[in-house]
Design a protein. Structure first.
Lengths: 132, 160
């Protein structure tokens, strides 16, 4: 089984770093969609099949917090795991997001093995998790 | 806010982030006060924050260093079109990471917010003038002797 992914970050270099780290996890990847803010992410989620969302928090136009709230309103969080990848280490906010249904978070900068560990945990119940 | 604590947190966060994100090892050094230490174009990034204290972080580096940091971050060849294209974004993203790590250390459990970083190109003379207003600053030298500076302006509005 391959997974379709959505990477949401206003920084093109971070989207590349995340994409590269994912390629090192051994996960079978289908289509990797990219969005530079929450608005674009909702457009992708409304038109494409996505298995996992990787979302930044601080973005112009629509932040990751607002995106996650919209996903919760639309019951998308029940089916699509969201992994927050952020420089914002505010523990209060991260705890709130986990209460709201976010699957996991990673602080930037992260190591590929950190991403692999988080993805294994999040996908643990889906098709045997991460391979390789 | 204890400025010495803030300076220590900023220096430690910067060195760690540069090492982890861009595989660049740095040493703290005395800041040069004349323009000759800088190349003709300096990329200056600002990131405002609010919390128990408000202010803004600043990172300054040469465009050449921006390209080399971008190349390391995305495993591209230095001087490649890809690293040139991502040079400015690499500096914005590095300041984002450094600011987050610094605020976590100084504000701990207090609520705080960071804004989106913004970059502008300035001449060495303009840069040295703005640096005079900094409450806290850190000068780092890379292995290639390219300078990189970080500063915090406390309780200040827009950069002049």
């Amino acid at each position: 089984m391959s997974y379709n992914l959505l990477i949401v970050d206003d920084s093109p270099i971070t989207r590349k770093v995340v994409k590269r780290a994912i390629s090192m996890t051994g996960l079978e990847v289908g289509t990797v969609h990219e969005a530079q803010d929450g608005v674009e992410a909702l457009e992708v989620l409304g038109s494409q099949w996505v298995d996992i969302v990787f979302a930044d928090l601080n973005m112009p136009r629509m932040s990751g917090v607002e995106l996650i709230a919209k996903m919760a309103e639309g019951h998308l969080l029940e089916d699509i795991p969201v992994i927050v990848i952020t420089s914002d280490r505010n523990q209060l906010r991260l705890a709130e997001l986990q209460d709201r249904g976010v699957s996991a978070h990673l602080n930037k900068p992260f190591r590929p093995e950190d991403l692999r560990e988080v993805m294994s945990r999040v996908l643990g119940n889906k098709a045997g998790g991460v391979h390789g | 806010m204890d400025k010495e604590q803030l300076r220590g947190a900023l220096a430690a966060a910067a060195r760690q982030v540069l090492e982890d994100a861009a595989f660049v090892f740095t040493e703290e050094a005395d800041a040069p006060t004349d323009e000759s230490a800088w190349s003709t174009a300096i990329s200056q990034v600002y990131l405002p924050f609010v919390g128990p204290t408000c202010g803004r972080f600043m990172l300054a580096a040469s465009s050449r260093l921006g390209e080399s940091l971008a190349a390391e971050m995305i495993a591209a060849d230095p001087g490649s079109p890809e690293s040139e294209e991502e040079a400015e974004d690499s500096l914005r993203e590095l300041l984002n990471m450094i600011s987050g790590a610094t605020l976590e250390e100084v504000f701990r459990e207090e609520p705080w917010e960071m804004a989106v970083p913004e970059l502008r190109q300035v001449s060495p003379a303009e840069y040295l003038a703005t640096r005079l207003d900094a409450d806290v600053w850190v000068h780092l030298d890379t292995e290639d002797a390219d300078p990189l500076e970080l500063a915090v302006f406390l309780g200040k509005g827009e950069p002049r």
